[in-house]
Design a protein. Structure first.
Length: 486
């Protein structure tokens, strides 16, 4: 791999590149699903190739190939330089990169049990057993389970002298029960919706989730939701569970801080951003108890945004995004960092595969824990609603106005968790919402949630991001009912 990478860099220099980097990536994946006691998906695949990114005549060029022999990678590097020179004919100005050191390193994320060494039969048997536990519950009409594994090896080399090898295992799993009665559908998921929990771990993550124990619990809740009271429509106090708060962070903090969106260089899917450059270090983003960081370091946790180096060869870092409620930072790369007065990239360039150009992506965007115990927070709430597990979301292109609904809610009366509520939703404006936060639960309740399916770019790249959160309370929030007949 290093020989091929080095050869592509040599060709890029000979063809006129002032800078070049190359990523050789070997990706392996396994996907398993069941539905109503039957196998749905049983798939395994591998992909290997090389991507070359170059600067020539002040413009970028990129090319990729799966022809992993000397002539193949030479042709790929030459094509990247030709594209850069063609792009330079229409450039507005030369690309300027902030400095970075050269690194020679090898890193592997912790993995106690390689999921690809666990027999497919063992993994499938667990899913079918969990599926069976849900189907035992009266009123459940659809049961679904899934398991996903990824093994990613990457070899990065650059013309400044970096040589970095990284290996990651990503595991994920979840179950869901759906109940259809009359004209109403209710659904409950564990440990999260849209595929469950995903983490930078091996098969040990799957074992920790205790699917057989939790599957019947969520099945019973799905059936019980039909007879639950409808969520009220009012302005009131809202407590969000950690998984729902993780998605709230993703949509209303993570996307708007991507500097390429802010600069108008990337507007696919999530659109642009309300966080214009003049608001840095000035905007009161949230209440003074809110602290949000972008942290790709492994010590932050085994998140889907954790790594040792990004795909520009920049070491993983921690960046303050919101500090004591004040907006303090963006996600930047070597090209954009100087535009906000930084002399170094924040290390957020990532690529889905060898045939995609690296772009600015969320790492682990996390709300730091507070001091409350959840039981004390509920006891301190006289009248409110606790919502958990996302059901749907909507947010405008600038990431400013939003509406979310959750699978389940509970009424809080007199400091006690009372009756179950169905179809709960809430809406607001990003800065007003975060400024209404008046309590955050402690580290004991904090989880680094994994979002494996964040889409960005064109052609689209699907990447994993991490979002650490513990339950938190928000005041004067617009609360309503979704998926209900009026």
């Amino acid at each position: 791999m290093w020989e091929l990478a080095g050869h592509s860099l040599d060709i890029a220099r000979l063809r006129g590149a002032s800078y070049a980097d190359v990523r050789v990536m070997h990706l392996r994946q396994r996907d398993l699903t069941t539905k109503n006691g039957e196998v749905g998906t049983l798939a395994q695949s591998e992909s290997i190739g090389l991507g070359v990114r170059v600067l020539a005549n002040g413009a970028w060029g990129f090319a990729s190939s799966d022809q992993l022999f000397r002539e193949g990678v030479a042709a790929c590097a030459a094509r990247a330089v030709a594209i850069a020179k063609a792009s330079a004919l229409a450039k507005r100005g030369d690309v300027v990169l902030v400095p970075e050191q050269a690194y020679v390193d090898s890193w592997q994320a912790p993995c106690r049990k390689d999921p690809f060494e666990i027999p497919l039969e063992t993994q499938l048997a667990l899913l079918l057993a969990a599926d069976g536990e849900m189907r035992r519950v009266k009123g459940v009409t659809l049961t679904e389970t899934d398991m996903q594994f990824r093994k990613i090896d990457s070899w990065f080399a650059s013309s400044i002298g970096s040589r970095i090898h990284q290996r990651k295992f990503i595991s994920g799993c979840g179950v869901a029960a759906t109940s259809f009665q009359g004209q109403e559908i209710q659904k409950r998921s564990y440990p999260n919706s849209f595929g469950g929990q995903h983490s930078l771990e091996g098969y040990e993550l799957i074992e920790s989730l205790e699917l057989l124990k939790n599957a019947p619990v969520i099945a019973e809740e799905a059936s019980a939701l039909h007879s639950a009271a409808q969520s009220p429509e009012k302005t009131g106090t809202l407590i969000l569970g950690g998984s729902q708060l993780g998605l709230q962070i993703h949509e209303s903090v993570g996307h708007p801080i991507e500097l390429d969106r802010v600069l108008g260089e990337e507007a696919n899917f999530a659109g642009t951003s309300f966080l214009t450059l003049d608001q840095l270090n000035k905007l009161r983003y949230a209440s003074d108890i809110v602290n949000v960081v972008a942290d790709a370091r492994l010590e932050h946790g085994p998140g889907l945004g954790s790594f040792a180096y990004d795909d520009e060869g920049v070491p993983a870092q921690r960046t303050d995004i919101i500090k004591d409620g004040l907006f303090r930072g963006y996600l930047s790369n070597r090209e954009t960092a100087h535009l906000i007065g930084l002399n170094r990239s924040s290390g957020t360039m990532r690529t889905e595969s060898w045939n995609r150009l690296p772009i600015i992506r969320m790492t682990n965007i996390s709300l730091l824990p507070g001091s409350w115990a959840l039981a004390d927070l509920i006891a301190d709430t006289d009248d409110g609603i606790l919502m958990d597990t996302n059901r749907s979301w909507s947010i405008d292109d600038r990431r400013y106005q939003f509406q979310f609904s959750t699978e389940i809610g509970w009424e809080i009366k007199g400091g006690k968790k009372a009756r179950m509520l169905k179809n709960p939703s809430y809406s607001g404006i990003t800065t007003e919402f975060w400024n209404s936060c008046d309590a955050i639960c402690s580290r004991d309740h904090w989880t680094l949630w994994g979002t494996p399916n964040c889409g960005k770019g064109q052609p689209m790249q699907t990447m994993g991001t991490g979002h650490g959160a513990s339950p938190a309370r928000f005041r004067n929030i617009r609360i309503g009912a979704a998926f209900s007949k009026q």
